[in-house]
Design a protein around this ligand. Structure first.
Ligand SMILES: C[S@@+](CC[C@H](N)C(=O)[O-])C[C@H]1O[C@@H](n2cnc3c(N)ncnc32)[C@H](O)[C@@H]1O
Length: 270
């Protein structure tokens, strides 16, 4: 699985430089990622020790399967807007992904396989571990989560954002991206909950995030997506964000993403 993912994503990312630049600068896209980054930091920062809260040291964030660095860029943006400091480390199996991520965001970037997640990373060295759209690529997510917990400092949290497999947006994406489906494990809500339990986490929150499928629009037809929203109009972007929030509250079962927030219990959950 790992070899396939490495080869597939190396070739995938090697053609994505121009698209990434467009994504990073598109106001609707970056506002979607800022909302996600805010949510991730809010959930991750709650339990922080006094040193971070008092601004004595940065929040140490590790993102596994960070891809081309879209969330990394948003985390840096949101932290700086909030006057907070983060020390970001991004890791991915694809070296091509990290070539792009280094251009997108500040931080340290390490090529690594999530199946052997501790290799090259400091055990107990992070306040927050983030994974977005990674669990569905792994054949043994519980084992991955268990190993990832060893990277967290005491009181640290793991925040996972996964496409909600029951949503029509996710099904549409599965039809349009058949190559990626080769190792695309469909884990529903109940199984994901079990993975966290088996890996020894207490689940603190499971919540829906975003109804509108931004990534789908952008990945498939960037031109169409860009024309949908006039980048010059801040009002339009705010309007779409507000609509997305409203739809998320109205139809949580149909949201594009689910956010999982877990805290290691230090032992294997029953
Ligand atoms: C669907 S992409 C998501 C990228 C990014 N997190 C996002 O949400 O935009 C999955 C990412 O996981 C990486 N990946 C897949 N299998 C992996 C593994 N075993 N170890 C580390 N990264 C892996 C891929 O290279 C790719 O960057």
């Amino acid at each position: 699985v790992s070899q396939y993912q490495r080869d597939y994503y190396d070739s995938h990312y090697s053609t994505r430089g121009a698209l990434l630049r467009a994504q990073l600068t598109h106001p609707l896209f970056s506002s979607f990622y800022s909302r996600l980054a805010r949510r991730v930091l809010d959930h991750g920062a709650v339990q922080l020790g006094e040193a971070v809260a008092a601004g004595m040291r940065p929040l140490r964030v590790l993102e596994l399967g960070c891809g081309e660095g879209l969330l990394a860029a948003a985390l840096a943006r949101v932290a700086s807007e909030a006057g907070a400091e983060i020390a970001y480390t991004g890791s991915d199996i694809s070296a091509s992904a990290l070539d792009l991520a280094r251009r997108a965001a500040p931080g340290e970037f390490v090529v690594g396989d999530a199946s052997d997640v501790a290799a090259g990373l400091q055990l107990g060295g992070f306040d927050l571990v983030v994974v977005k759209n990674l669990l569905h690529h792994l054949s043994n997510p519980a084992e991955f989560l268990r190993r990832a917990s060893a990277l967290l400092a005491p009181g640290g949290r793991l925040v996972a954002a996964e496409a909600s497999r029951g949503s029509p947006q996710a099904w549409f994406f599965s039809v349009l991206a058949p190559r990626r489906e080769r190792y695309f494990f469909v884990y529903g809500k109940a199984r994901t909950r079990r993975f966290f339990g088996e890996a020894g986490y207490r689940l603190i929150r499971v919540e829906p995030f975003s109804f509108l499928p931004y990534e789908l629009f952008f990945a498939i037809r960037p031109g169409v997506f860009r024309r949908l929203v006039n980048p010059g109009k801040r009002q339009t972007v705010c309007g779409v964000d507000a609509l997305d929030d409203r739809l998320t509250r109205l139809l949580p079962a149909l949201c594009s993403y689910r956010i999982w927030v877990g805290s290691p219990t230090g032992g294997r959950a029953r």
